[in-house]
Design a protein around this ligand. Structure first.
Ligand code: CA
Length: 224
């Protein structure tokens, strides 16, 4: 899952980024509204965390322009304490949720998580395929009732594949949702991580059906 933070207070933006990266998200930051709008329209994000008082373009305008341009990425607005007008304005302009500053980091994480589980995937927190189970709240992955240890990136990749199960995902789509803009991506990065996952998810369970498939020339999919 890839998140864009648009927030001009560097301290807040950087601490949100650190926290989200620890949870396995890929995160980009823009410190002004114009840059935020450019990134939001050129990259494919799963959630945008948007401050309202921004240099360049204010948050409400940014939100309205995205929705007018048929960009439906879920938006979590950060508002100053007591600015009820901001909240109403934000929701009117198509934001999905709002959070009043100062906020507890756990609260932000819960809201971001909730937005990544919006209706397109039925809002499930536990994803299952045959005997494979992924819990997106506790970060536990099990197969055949045995726990599997995954790195953060492996977990993020598996969650992305499972939320799109049955669909062929090409490398660019996978990179766009699992790695951030500044990540060092080599031509074989996706293959390498798919290889790690396959070892832990499929090869370690020879009695179970292999779930991760390579579609030559197109990409990868996970399906039953
Ligand atoms: Ca601000």
């Amino acid at each position: 899952m890839r998140i864009l933070i648009v927030e001009d207070e560097h301290k807040i933006a950087n601490s949100i980024k650190r926290g989200l990266i620890q949870e396995g998200f890929a995160v980009d930051i823009e410190y002004d509204g114009t840059g935020g709008y450019d990134m939001a329209t050129s990259e494919d994000y799963d959630v945008i965390v948007l401050d309202l008082m921004l240099p360049g373009m204010d948050g409400l305008t940014l939100c309205r322009k995205l929705r007018e341009g048929k960009n439906h990425t879920p938006i979590l607005i950060l508002t100053a304490k007591g600015a009820l007008q901001d909240k109403i304005g934000g929701l009117n302009y198509g934001a999905d949720d709002y959070l009043v500053k100062p906020f507890a980091y756990e609260e932000l994480l819960a809201r971001v998580r909730a937005l990544t589980r919006r209706p397109q995937d039925g809002g499930e927190t536990i994803l299952k395929m045959n005997d494979l189970e992924l819990d997106s709240i506790t970060y536990e992955v099990k197969r055949d009732n045995k726990s599997i240890n995954l790195s953060r990136k492996e977990f993020a990749l598996l969650e992305y594949l499972m939320r799109n199960s049955g669909k062929i995902l090409n490398k660019d789509q996978i990179i766009a949702h699992v790695w951030d803009y500044d990540a060092d991506i080599l031509p074989n990065t996706v293959e390498v991580y798919i290889g790690y996952l396959r070892k832990k998810i499929d090869l370690a369970f020879p009695k179970s059906k292999s779930l991760i498939q390579t579609i030559r020339g197109f990409g990868y999919k996970i399906s039953i």
